[in-house]
Design a binder for this molecule. Structure first.
Ligand code: CAA
Length: 385
């Protein structure tokens, strides 16, 4: 059965409460809590970056997996650290993955994680005895005092794809929509994203309609054939609106329980771009009180620019034994709240760009940390635990 054998995510050990942010920006907190549906937002300290997030989540996902079986490592990100070298090579090195594994970085905004999933499943057609490690890792940055500020966040999700799936097996039908739109982008010279916020939410919903229509045509499935839905989660309210729109379009019966469990983790992590869909899946599988075995999930991935896809998968019997619910609950619970000044200090931190040597002060990271930079080369190290 082809699909996800293991799934794990990791987010920074620091967050800002959106009530703190709202008070500082002179905004009614209900705009963030109700209007956007978000409560907290993870913030990366100076020695945590997309590589340490990725490597830590992958280390967790690889527990109990024979690393020699990994034939391919695909890393999806839109906050990459190098124009040439694939981020996955640092992860490959930090985790001691096999020398004969193919490693490549994927980019198409938040859609790239879904591209990793589909490419990984295709690879398994010709390499059924291998496994694929897919990592989606991102730090969402819009800028202090910008409308996008409360929709920032950071996290990485890692999953192992194999022919011995334990969590979700995917079906082959899908609906894809690609269109040249400038709703969100980040030129090479910019640290923060450029975004036409209202336009991006409109395109997200239009792309959902297009994808659903072609998925429906390919699969002949109806809204009611899906017990649960996982959407790309820039913020919870966006996914809620998407679900309302889909129920109407597909003449289905809207029920908040079809989506609410998938929101739990993202509500307090914030946007993690490529990772958010898979954190939504972890949240659904791990926080739902229902037995989801044999239930079909509809997935919607949206990457600005834009490429979007609707696809489906079924939860496998026995899935609960392979979840990492306790670990994930602990990661979220153990985070430390930042004051506004600490959040702004983390946000404004930059590594030197002139080739000088710089060592980062140690903050609280989990398995790995960015030690510093020397002659333009980033240096990483495992932490003591
Ligand atoms: N109490 C309750 N609700 C309130 C409120 C209050 N006091 N004040 C405002 N609201 C509601 C508003 O009515 C609005 O709800 P509706 O959408 O139902 O009208 C909601 O809160 C948000 O308010 P605004 O529309 O006024 O918010 P804004 O314009 O300041 O910013 C945003 C919203 C455009 C999403 C902005 O945060 C942004 O640009 N975010 C980044 C872009 C983004 O996330 N786009 C999502 C689609 S693109 C994508 O998905 C890819 C990706 O990951 C980026």
């Amino acid at each position: 059965m082809k699909g996800i054998e293991r799934l794990s995510f990791y987010t920074s050990r620091y967050y800002i409460d959106l009530k703190t942010l709202a008070a500082a920006r002179g905004i009614d907190p209900d705009k963030y809590l109700v209007g956007l549906g978000q409560e907290k937002m993870s913030v990366a300290p100076p020695d945590e970056d997309v590589v340490t997030l990725a490597a830590t989540s992958a280390k967790q996902a690889l527990e109990g997996i024979n690393r020699e079986d990994i034939g391919m490592l695909l890393v999806a990100t839109e906050s990459g650290i190098d124009q040439s070298k694939a981020l996955g090579i640092w992860v490959h090195h930090l985790l001691g993955l096999p020398k004969n594994a193919r490693v490549v970085e994927l980019k198409q905004a938040c859609y790239a994680g879904c591209a990793g999933l589909q490419l990984g499943l295709s690879y398994l057609e010709t390499h059924p005895n291998k496994k694929v490690l897919v990592i989606a890792t991102d730090i969402a940055r819009y800028g202090l005092n910008s409308p996008g500020e409360p929709t920032q966040g950071c996290a990485a999700a890692s999953f192992i794809l194999s022919t011995s799936a334990k969590l979700v097996a995917f079906e082959k039908e899908h609906g894809i929509f690609t269109s040249h739109v400038m709703d969100f982008w980040r030129p090479n010279y910019s640290e923060t994203a450029f975004v036409d916020g209202k336009f991006s939410t409109k395109i997200y919903l239009e792309a959902l309609e297009e994808c659903w229509n072609s998925y429906k045509e390919a699969s002949n499935r109806t809204f009611a054939d899906h017990a649960k839905f996982c959407y790309h989660l820039p913020f919870v309210r966006m996914a809620l609106k998407a679900h309302e729109r889909l129920a109407k379009l597909a003449e289905g019966e809207f029920d908040i329980a079809q989506v609410s469990d998938s929101f739990t983790y993202s509500r307090s992590v914030g946007n993690s771009y490529t990772a958010s869909l898979f954190i939504g899946l972890a949240s659904l599988l791990e926080t739902s009180q229902e037995d989801l075995a044999n239930k079909r999930i509809g997935f919607f991935s949206y990457g600005s620019g834009c490429v979007a896809e609707f696809f489906s998968g079924c939860v496998l019997p026995g899935y609960k034994a392979h979840l990492k619910a306790d670990l994930h609950a602990q990661i979220l619970h153990d985070r430390q709240a930042l004051s506004l000044a600490e959040y702004e200090e983390f946000f404004n931190f930059r590594l030197p760009e002139d080739g000088s040597t710089f060592f980062c002060s140690p903050y609280n990271t989990k398995a790995f940390r960015l030690r510093g930079i020397d002659k333009h080369e980033r240096l990483y190290e495992p932490t003591c635990c």
